[in-house]
Write a protein of this length. Structure first.
Length: 424
């Protein structure tokens, strides 16, 4: 039965790998097309349809020359379509779908299956795992519904008004998550919240609009310009959400980002920082100048994030995990637990303490605290994988300070975990 932990860990690794690969494909194509979109130029020999005043409200620049891998490429964009539709048309959608599906699977593997450890914070809301999972899933769906209704309302015709409201929605969502979930889960869910909006934009707005346009053209009808405008509005939102989503997905590795009182405010500032950075890139791609203020603004926002992380207490409160949760009691009752506690407290709590004693360490690595019996029982699986089955912990450099684990000591940790699963 204990082999289940190994298989589960490798499955999580495989899905994470898939998620990163598909995200690279999605974000890479998104960045490329935004740069292409903004960098097109007029040319004297553009074919019919390569610019159309009615379609975009301005003359549409339609050509760009590029070089890559030693080859030259001539790329032309059509405001609506060429005089004759090509038989072969590449649709960019599976990159987004695969990224969201793999991300949702990873959310289920790590945060839903490990709800007691990674999702639920009993100091905030003592939820049953099924309740926390239901809130997690419902919030992502509800977020898309609210966002979509706002965009389809008359506000959709006034982006300058719509954008602050959408930002307020993100801030309110982050604060709500912080009142229920762990800091790490709050950050991750903010990323999933935005990513769900992005993928739903593609699946329910952008691709359907494109299908209508293509169908009209192939039938000899002139497409309604509203479909192009709607698709471009949602594509613009996706463009500005990309960088914050990446930051939030990486944040679970950095306790100073997620394990603070104001983690929800840090998440809000990350969205602003991502917007100004993308604006800087977009302006340069459009050859409209080099807005240095965007980089200054990003630095100021990042400095504010650093300052906020230094102000507040960490997400872990003394005594918050002192009470043994039902799912962890079997590890506290298993043979070898007392010996494992002594070993972990003696070798691990120097770094994994409420206030780490290791010089230069401000917060415990990944927010993991291993001081009380309850905390050690709660982290039994991590201890088993990190210090029992592998040599990931303690880090190799600690050996010169006499902090290490012998083969026999690692075996003790393995036996304790496997005893718990076997009921001995």
């Amino acid at each position: 039965m204990y082999e289940y932990a190994l298989v589960w860990e490798w499955m999580a690794f495989a899905v994470r790998w898939l998620h990163v690969v598909t995200a690279i494909a999605w974000i890479g194509s998104s960045f490329y097309f935004i740069a292409l979109d903004l960098g097109l130029r007029r040319a004297p020999d553009l074919p019919e349809g390569a610019h159309d005043e009615e379609w975009q409200g301005e003359q549409w620049r339609g050509e760009q020359w590029q070089i890559h891998g030693g080859d030259l490429y001539q790329i032309r964009r059509f405001g609506v379509a060429p005089a004759e539709m090509p038989e072969h048309l590449t649709w960019f959608r599976w990159e987004s779908y695969a990224t969201w599906l793999s991300g949702a699977t990873l959310l289920a593997i790590v945060y839903w299956a490990g709800a007691e450890l990674f999702l639920i914070d009993p100091a905030k809301a003592d939820l049953a795992p099924w309740q926390a999972i239901a809130l997690s899933a419902t919030s992502l769906v509800l977020g898309w519904v609210v966002y979509d209704r706002l965009c389809k309302s008359p506000l959709g015709e006034h982006p300058a008004t719509l954008m602050p409201l959408l930002f307020a929605l993100l801030v309110a969502t982050g604060w709500s998550y912080s009142q229920i979930f762990t800091g790490r889960a709050m950050m991750l869910h903010m990323g999933a919240f935005a990513a769900t909006i992005m993928t739903a934009n593609i699946a329910h707005i952008i691709i359907p609009s494109q299908r209508i346009i293509v169908a009209d053209l192939r039938a000899g009808r002139k497409p309604d310009p509203k479909y192009g405008r709607t698709a471009r509005l949602r594509a613009t939102h996706n463009n500005y959400l990309t960088l914050p989503v990446i930051f939030l997905m990486l944040s679970n590795h950095y306790p100073l980002a997620f394990a603070t009182e104001y983690n929800w405010l840090i998440a809000a500032l990350v969205f602003l920082m991502g917007v100004v950075i993308r604006h800087g890139f977009n302006t340069r791609h459009a050859r409209a100048g080099n807005p240095r203020w965007t980089w200054l603004a990003a630095v100021v926002l990042f400095a504010l994030i650093v300052w906020l992380s230094s102000l507040a207490p960490r997400d872990h409160e003394p005594g918050a995990t002192q009470n043994m949760r039902p799912g962890h009691s079997r590890f506290a009752e298993a043979a070898g637990f007392k010996e494992a506690v002594q070993l972990v407290q003696g070798r691990c709590s120097l770094c994994h303490g409420q206030e780490p004693a290791w010089e230069g360490m401000i917060v415990p690595p990944r927010g993991v605290i291993l001081e009380s019996e309850a905390e050690i029982a709660a982290r039994a699986r991590d201890i088993y994988l990190q210090a029992g089955r592998s040599h990931a912990m303690p880090p190799p450099f600690t050996a010169k300070f006499g902090i290490t684990l012998s083969v026999q000591e690692r075996k003790l940790l393995v036996n304790w975990y496997e005893n718990a699963l076997s009921g001995s």
